[in-house]
Ligand binder design. Sequence first.
Ligand code: PHE
Ligand code: FE
Length: 285
Amino acid sequence: MANDTHVLDASPAADWTIPQDWSHYTAEDHATWDTLFARQSKLLPGRASNAYLRGLDVLKLSKPGIPDFAELSERLMKLTGWQVVAVPGLVPDDVFFDHMANRRFVAGNFIRRPDQLDYLQEPDVFHDVFGHVPMLADPVFADYLEAYGRGGQRALGLEALKYLGRLYWYTVEFGLIAEPEGLRIYGSGIVSSFAESRFALDDASPDRIVFDLARVMRTEYRIDDFQQNYFVIPSFDELLRLTVETDFAPLYEELKTQPDIAVATVLPEDQLVTRGTQAYALAKA
Ligand code: PHE
Ligand code: FE
């Protein structure tokens, strides 16, 4: 990868942050961002949630090249009090939660290679900044993510990370929202993916299930391909209210006595937005 050298050279800090070192990105790195940006921003109107599209606009993410985190943080700070800080890649859970609880979003500062435009497993600057940061310009979602960070610190002590992690997965990463105009995507894993931003809304394969907190926390997920089920929230206000007003400690204890739910399972009590055919996953099996 183009940036490996300067990433590895940076001396590690206790909070795992490193300087973004914006001047070290190559012309090829910036061109990769621009290609990905052009492709996604064409696809997302009418598909991404209003909050997401507004964030993309007010943060001026359309400016060519990989965003400078200092500049981005300045805009974000004025809007919702969040900042974006650079890290080399995935960080330990406690570090991740501490940043989040203090309104610092950790973003990988490397960018994928030109041959990885469609898929890579580790979150790079395109996923982290294009995918996540626009939602942080929304005051309600900004509060949700801070509360999540504090919830994470608490879950560590309660040995319940498995359950809380699924909430993150099915909201922050792969969430859908029912907006007045129709179903929209807000999860960063979807908005930053060319293929999944169509699949998640248009394909007949996946189940789209009305969000239920305990149900989501019991549900396994896949990290290697499109999701086989998505969960649909009615609004960000409702997501925030529900998660903040529920004490997760007794919920975790209850969930520990219940079996996990495999992907693509539909329960009698599920409220379905669309029942999937699972054709996509079945064709691959
Ligand atoms: N209410 C949660 C708890 O009791 C904290 C939380 C809030 C977690 C919002 C996630 C999102 O642990
Ligand atoms: Fe992510």
